[in-house]
Ligand binder design. Structure first.
Ligand code: DI6
Ligand code: FE
Length: 415
């Protein structure tokens, strides 16, 4: 009897970027590496020369020198919606601001109208190309928010469509309830009543149906006040659900400190974040999710305080924020590149932002986000010479193979 390992699958001749937290080069590079999978989890990884003697695998894949990273994690998206807002893109270029467009009933409410009118199949069909685009880029975990229904049936439909992608595709989906995205027209002038509906009816019913992994809100002049947001967070806590927040995107509402006080997973956007907000995030271990797509499309000029966040040791995640208004960009690779050019993240920080720190922003750091023995075998293979290439290019996708739960697939599912 030999105790040599028997694996389900083994990848040889790969350059590993483990993205493990303590790696001195920022990538956790292992040259001429190998990685083995068993029961959907990483069973072994290291330099090929260190492979245990006599190890066998049912499937052996040749890496041909490609780079292998953890599967990418897009931890903030609104990919499920119907309709299109390119008219607003034009209006903003004519001088209208995002807030003005929202105040005259466009913006989020325009997508609410289209999404309410779309049945489940139509919503699925409209969203699928965006999801497939992300999958083709090596995304193996995708967070998807509700928030274009703002009434029980459509919010539930959005979350069911989102969950459906996780069942039908080789993809992990996490759903976030964003019922507090905008005030629906039928509640005009009655925001507190709408928040009561969210807290007392919509959220408990959706959570009961198992459709909610986390709760988010838009804490903003054109969204909800800190007091209303706090009420929603208390309702989430009663249901045992973690919270996160669209905070300090257009103004400083103290949202980051608020979500930190509620031990939130993440504060997202953060262009107007104050030093007090940073201190609160440090204290609570709240992740900063940077969304350079929204910054880019809104032609913002005020940067999130990246250096202060970095100096304070706040983990920086990067996400696409894919949505029809402020970030019509179903591309996490584009977000990585923009995070570097617009926010001056280093490529190693941007890649950590779409792997290790994105996992933390979803409360999944123990499961995914780095290549480590025992974690889920989710990874992506790339035709690149150095990992920085993932950020140093824009509009090009060098992903050549994706593995989810130990199963290999082509990045383009139809192949
Ligand atoms: N902030 C955003 O950037 C998105 N939602 C939010 O609260 C924009 C959503 C949209 O314009 O449709
Ligand atoms: Fe968003």
């Amino acid at each position: 009897m030999s105790d040599a390992p028997r694996w389900d699958a083994l990848w040889l001749d790969v350059q590993l970027a483990t993205m493990a937290g303590d790696a001195p080069d920022g990538y956790g590079t292992i040259r001429d590496g190998a990685i083995a999978v068993r029961d959907g989890r990483i069973a072994w990884l290291g330099p090929r020369t260190a492979l245990p003697a006599g190890a066998e695998a049912a499937e052996v894949h040749e890496g041909r020198g490609r780079w292998l990273t953890p599967g990418l994690i897009d931890c903030h998206t609104h990919v499920v919606y119907a309709g299109n807002r390119s008219d607003e893109f034009e209006a903003r270029l004519e001088g209208a601001s995002y807030e003005e467009i929202a105040r005259r009933g466009g913006g989020i409410l325009s997508t609410v109208r289209a999404t309410r009118a779309a049945g489940k199949e139509a919503l699925h069909a409209a969203s699928l190309p965006r999801v497939l685009n992300l999958l083709a880029e090596g995304v193996t975990t995708l967070e998807i928010k509700s928030g274009y229904g703002l009434e029980p049936d459509t919010e539930a439909r959005m979350l069911r469509v989102a969950r459906g992608f996780g069942r039908r595709l080789p993809l992990r989906v996490r759903t976030t309830f964003l019922g507090a995205h905008a005030l629906p027209p039928e509640y005009a002038g009655r925001a507190d009543d709408y928040v009561a509906l969210l807290c007392d009816h919509m959220l408990p019913a959706l959570a009961q149906e198992g459709l909610v992994d986390a709760v988010d809100a838009f804490c903003e002049r054109i969204g909800f006040t800190p007091a209303q947001t706090a009420r929603l967070f208390d309702a989430a806590a009663r249901l045992g659900l973690p919270v996160k927040l669209h905070a300090e995107q257009l103004s400083d509402q103290g949202g980051a400190a608020l979500v930190a006080r509620h031990r939130g997973l993440s504060a997202d956007h953060l262009e107007w974040l104050s030093p007090a907000g940073i201190a609160a995030m440090v204290e609570a271990g709240t992740v900063a999710v940077l969304l350079p797509g929204a910054f880019h499309f809104l032609r913002e000029t005020r940067l999130p305080p990246i250096e202060a966040l970095r100096d304070a040791g706040v983990p920086l995640a990067v996400a696409s924020d894919c949505n029809p208004g402020t970030s019509p960009m179903p591309s996490l690779l584009a977000a990585l590149s923009l995070a570097c050019t617009l926010f001056r993240l280093r490529p190693r920080e941007a890649l950590a932002g779409a792997t290790r720190h994105a996992a933390a922003a979803l409360g999944l750091a123990h499961e995914i986000g780095t290549l480590e023995v025992g974690k889920a075998a989710d990874f992506a293979l790339w035709d690149i010479e150095r990992p920085a290439e993932l950020c140093a290019t824009l509009g090009f996708n060098p992903c050549s193979e994706v593995v989810v739960g130990g199963r290999a697939r082509s990045p383009r599912l139809a192949d």
